[in-house]
Each structure stands twice: as structure tokens, then as C-alpha cells.
Design a binder for this molecule. Structure first.
Ligand code: GDP
Ligand code: MG
Length: 163
């Protein structure tokens, strides 16, 4: 009965990369088998002596826009139902899409804490890209680079503050 943290967002924003980085950080000793962590959907994360279960809601990412949207709606509903904290990942390089806006609207209606993570902010020059995401109405956008493991400490701080 650890708190559940769900990662939601449209395909290719970097949900699984983030999941694997957060998983690898703390459980690499027990999960060092190549290929194991990559395909897992649940992982246990420890940060500052607080433990939580992280869920990657991605799965198989379809090509078709309608199917993507349906899947995102279902993921968001599942996350709103079962998670204690929701991490909504968007693409700081690609910018806001209509799917982001729709899921953003859904997430605004939940009373669960939602953390807006703007991924792919790989260097300081890209940090201005986060401001567009204020329009989603989910509060302060947090710049991260899952690929370069930047901003993840601040993101984890933000997550565990909500337990
Ligand atoms: P998902 O579909 O949301 O799970 O996204 P993935 O984690 O599979 O990543 C989609 C693509 O984005 C892959 O090519 C990743 O290498 C790339 N990606 C993920 N995180 C970052 C990042 O922080 N910066 C950049 N530049 N690319 C990233
Ligand atoms: Mg994925």
C-alpha cells in the first residue's frame, strides 16, 4: 500500500524513458538484467526515504490519432482513479498538441495532485519552451530531460511532497 504515481501523456513524449530513469536510479542493484526493466510497467521508487509505486501507462503506442486519443483518455481516467499523484509528461521540443489540451482538461477536473513535466529540455537554451505549457492550467511546468537525467531530482521532490 505504497502511494501510486502514474505517468501519463501522449506517445513519444518520453514517458518510458522517464520511467526507466527513475527505476534505474534506485533499483539497478536488484533489476540489473538487460531487457527486464525496459518492458515493465510497475516499479518501486525510493526518494529521500519515501517509497512509491511508479506506473508507466504507455504500453503499445498506436499510430492512428483517434486511437491515440481514446487510449490517452483511458490512461488519464485510470490514473485519476488509482493514482495518488499524476505526472503529466509533455514534449518541450514538439510543443503543445490538441491531445495535450484535451488530457490537460480532464486532469484539471481531478482533485489529485498533477505535476506537469516538460520533457526533452536537454539544455538550458531550451528552458524558455516551458512557458507555453502554462496554458494547460496545471500550474508550474517543470523542465526535465529524461534522456540526460536533468531535473529529475526536483521532479522527485515535487512528487514525494504530495504524499
Ligand atoms: P513514450 O512513448 O512517451 O513512452 O516515449 P519514449 O520514452 O519511448 O521516448 C520517445 C522518444 O523520445 C525516444 O526516441 C526517446 O529517445 C526520446 N526521448 C525521451 N526522453 C527524451 C529527452 O529527454 N530528450 C530527448 N531529446 N529525447 C528524448
Ligand atoms: Mg512508452
Amino acid at each position: 500500500n505504497r502511494p501510486i504515481v502514474a505517468v501519463v501523456g501522449r506517445p513519444n513524449v518520453g514517458k518510458s524513458t522517464l520511467f526507466n530513469k527513475l527505476a534505474g536510479k534506485r533499483i539497478s542493484i536488484v533489476e540489473d538484467t538487460p531487457g527486464v526493466t525496459r518492458d515493465r510497467i510497475f516499479t518501486e521508487v525510493e526518494w529521500l526515504n519515501k517509497y512509491f509505486t511508479l506506473i508507466d501507462t504507455g504500453g503499445i503506442e498506436p499510430e492512428n490519432d483517434d486511437i491515440i486519443l481514446t487510449q490517452m483518455r483511458n490512461q488519464a481516467m485510470l490514473a485519476m482513479d488509482m493514482a495518488h499523484v499524476i505526472v503529466f509528461v509533455v514534449d518541450g521540443k514538439g510543443g503543445i498538441t490538441s491531445a495535450d489540451r484535451e488530457v490537460g482538461l480532464m486532469l484539471r477536473k481531478t482533485n489529485k495532485p498533477v505535476i506537469l513535466a516538460v520533457n526533452k529540455i536537454d539544455n538550458i537554451n531550451l528552458e524558455d519552451n516551458i512557458y507555453d505549457f502554462y496554458e494547460l492550467g496545471l500550474g508550474q511546468p517543470h523542465p526535465i530531460s529524461s534522456a540526460n537525467a536533468m531535473g529529475l531530482g526536483d521532479l522527485l521532490d515535487e512528487i514525494v511532497e504530495n504524499f
